[in-house]
Design a protein around this ligand. Structure first.
Ligand code: ADP
Length: 238
C-alpha cells in the first residue's frame, strides 16, 4: 500500500539511477563457509546474504524423523548490524515468516522423498539489508543446496517486483520497498516454468499483476544464468 508520497522516480530514473526494469548489480560466489556442505554469498546492490547448507544427514532426535521422506529446515536471520538501527538478535515474527516461505519456495525442487529420516538444513544470514532480502536469500540458499550436492530437479530463482509512483519496477531496494504501492516476492523453477513463491503486499490491478509476473519471469531467467555461472566458476577454480 502507498505508505508515503515521496518521489522515487524522477525523469524515468529511480533513486539509485536504475530504469524501472533494471536489476541492481548482482554478485554471486559459491563456497564461502568452509565448514558447510554448501554455501554461497549473493548480493543484489547493497543487500548481501550468506547462505549455508548442511546435509542430507540423519535427523536427531529420532522422533522428529519422517519414515517416508526427508525434511528441509530453513532459518532466515538478520544480523543486528544489517540494518541502520541495530536489530535485536534472535527470531521475531518476520524472520519466522520468511524462514517458512523460503522453505516452501525451495522444497519443490529437492528430492526429499528419496531420503527418509534425513534432514537438510539451510541457514540464510542477512549481512546487509537493503530491500528484497527474502528473494536474494532464496537465490543464495538454492546455490548452497546445489553445492552441498543435495539432489535437486533444478535451482530455484527469485526476484522482487513492485509498483512505485505508479510505475512497475523490478528488484526493489529498501527505500522503494518501504514506500511502494505494492511489492511482490516471486520465485520459480526455471526449467519447469513453475512458480514456488508468490507473495504480494499492497494493491495492483489484474493487468498490473500480470505485467509484473512477466517482468519477474524475465528477470529470473537472467538471474538463473548468473547462478549457473557462479556454480561453474566454483568447480572451474577447484
Ligand atoms: P524483504 O527484505 O524480503 O523485502 P520486507 O519487505 O519485510 O522483506 O523488508 C523490506 C526491507 O525493509 C528489508 O529488506 C530491509 O531493508 C528493511 N527492514 C526489514 N526489517 C528491518 C528492521 N528490523 N530494521 C530496519 N530495516 C528493516
Amino acid at each position: 500500500m502507498s505508505k508515503t508520497n515521496i518521489q522515487l522516480i524522477v525523469d524515468g530514473k529511480r533513486i539509485d539511477g536504475r530504469s524501472p526494469g533494471e536489476l541492481r548489480p548482482i554478485n554471486m560466489k559459491v563456497g564461502i563457509v568452509e565448514r558447510a556442505d554448501g554455501s554461497a554469498q549473493v548480493s543484489f546492490g547493497n543487500t548481501t546474504i550468506i547462505a549455508s547448507a548442511y546435509g542430507p544427514r540423519t535427523l536427531y532426535p529420532k522422533f522428529l524423523q519422517e519414515s517416508d521422506t526427508g525434511i528441509l529446515r530453513c532459518r532466515y536471520m538478520m544480523a543486528p548490524f544489517s540494518v541502520d538501527e541495530r536489530k535485536s538478535p534472535g527470531p521475531d515474527r518476520r524472520s519466522i515468516e520468511i524462514s517458512k516461505v523460503i522453505r516452501l519456495a525451495l522444497e519443490p525442487v529437492i528430492f526429499l522423498e528419496e531420503f527418509p529420516r534425513v534432514v537438510v538444513d539451510v541457514f540464510v544470514e542477512v549481512i546487509q539489508a537493503d530491500g528484497s532480502t527474502r528473494v536474494t536469500g532464496i537465490n543464495a540458499a538454492s546455490l548452497a543446496l546445489a553445492m552441498a550436492g543435495v539432489p535437486m530437479k533444478d535451482l530455484v530463482t527469485s526476484c522482487s517486483v513492485g509498483k512505485i509512483n505508479g510505475t512497475l519496477i523490478v528488484d526493489l531496494n529498501g527505500k522503494e520497498d518501504n514506500n511502494s504501492e505494492a511489492d511482490v516476492a516471486f520465485a520459480m523453477i526455471p526449467s519447469k516454468n513453475k512458480i514456488t513463491l508468490l507473495q504480494m503486499d499492497g494493491l495492483l490491478t489484474k493487468e498490473e499483476l500480470h505485467k509484473l509476473l512477466q517482468m519477474a519471469r524475465e528477470n529470473c531467467m537472467k538471474i538463473y544464468e548468473l547462478q549457473k555461472r557462479a556454480l561453474k566458476e566454483k568447480y572451474r577454480s577447484d
